[in-house]
Design a protein around this ligand. Structure first.
Ligand SMILES: [Zn+2]
Length: 228
């Protein structure tokens, strides 16, 4: 938390350059942000993954922006990244407001990761993106309906099969509040590879009778045989 506050303070005091190109119009200049159109993530091998849309490939300025925001608590990037996420979600919904409020469901981070980073990057993005979608004419709300039900090993270095096993039944969902008429559920995460995490999130929602129609992420890595 101290790190987040310090970074926010430094951004105010000494505005830093764009993470993409060092332009003084930081933290992410319009030029670096403008090149990312939303698109559907092509054929994932991950079973149970809802239709997934991402703002762009996990490369170049977007990759640098995500890393700076997530790992170095450059929270000044949150608004710009949330705008991309909102645009991606609205595009995925076909540009038309659905019946009822869209419910953005952030994929949860491990508590130890939140502690180490000093913030919960995906939860923050989902909340800001819901607000931004409202300004785009699509009523949306962020609901953290998912929680980790057990610890998982670090995914890095695991094979596809090992990763799927590592994540299986690692999330649980809490039901929506009764009496609040709401529209489609949309899963939100920062990055998708083959979608093991999103598939597990989708499974947890189905276990309580809820269905996520779509998943949206900021970035998609080149789909390999190994899920995130
Ligand atoms: Zn730039």
């Amino acid at each position: 938390m101290l790190c987040v506050m310090l970074n926010a303070f430094l951004d105010l005091l000494l505005p830093q350059g764009c993470v993409g190109c060092d332009d003084p119009c930081g933290p992410l200049c319009p030029g670096c942000a403008a090149v990312w159109p939303a698109r559907r993530t092509p054929g994932s091998p991950q079973r149970g993954l809802p239709e997934c849309w991402s703002a762009a490939d996990y490369a170049g300025p977007l990759r640098r922006a995500i890393l700076a925001y997530k790992e170095r608590a450059r929270t000044a990037l949150a608004a710009r990244l949330a705008e991309m996420l909102a645009f991606t979600a609205v595009t995925a919904l076909g540009g038309r407001p659905p019946a009822g409020r869209v419910v953005l469901v952030p994929v949860p981070s491990a508590r130890r990761a939140v502690r180490a980073r000093g913030h919960d990057p995906v939860a923050r993005l989902a909340a800001l993106a819901a607000h931004r979608m409202g300004a785009m004419g699509v009523c949306a709300v962020s609901r953290p309906m998912l929680a980790l039900s057990r610890r998982t090993a670090d995914q890095a270095g695991l094979s596809a099969t090992e990763r799927a096993a590592n994540l299986h039944s690692s999330l649980r969902a809490t039901p929506r509040l009764r009496g609040t008429p709401e529209g489609p559920l949309v899963l939100v995460d920062d990055i998708v590879t083959t979608g093991a995490t999103l598939a597990e999130a989708s499974r947890a929602l189905r276990a309580i009778g809820a269905e996520a129609r779509l998943a949206v992420t900021l970035a998609a890595t080149r789909l390999r045989s190994s899920p995130r």
